[in-house]
Design a protein around this ligand. Structure first.
Ligand code: FES
Length: 107
């Protein structure tokens, strides 16, 4: 298996409705996951990039998407944003600034 150029992690954590911390699944991440999978298939990205679903990444109330090796965390990702992340960040090499969470989230 070749090492992927970038690895996309989509949080699919579900805490159920009304949980005080919230969760990405309750914020609509199911369709974000589906849209990433669709983009990977349509743009023939499997093998070059990796796509994984994951449990909580920390900030919650997403949908949140984390891209390595840069460690870029995206927040409130909408279905229409997925193609921008794929085209501009994965393929173009430039993270989508308007969707990025501030670096302080790692503090
Ligand atoms: S539930 Fe997705 S980041 Fe915590």
């Amino acid at each position: 298996m070749p090492k992927p150029e970038k690895h996309v992690f989509v949080c699919v954590q579900n805490r159920g409705p009304g949980h005080p911390r919230g969760s990405c699944m309750q914020s609509g991440t199911a369709e974000i996951w589906d849209e990433f999978a669709y983009n990977f298939q349509q743009k023939n990205l499997n093998g070059r990039f990796a796509l994984s679903n994951t449990g909580c990444l920390g900030p919650c109330n997403g949908p949140h998407v984390l891209v390595y090796p840069e460690g870029v965390m995206y927040g409130k990702v909408g279905k229409e944003d997925v193609a921008a992340i794929v085209d501009e960040h994965l393929l173009g090499g430039t993270p989508v600034e308007r969707l990025m969470l501030p670096p302080e989230i790692w503090g």
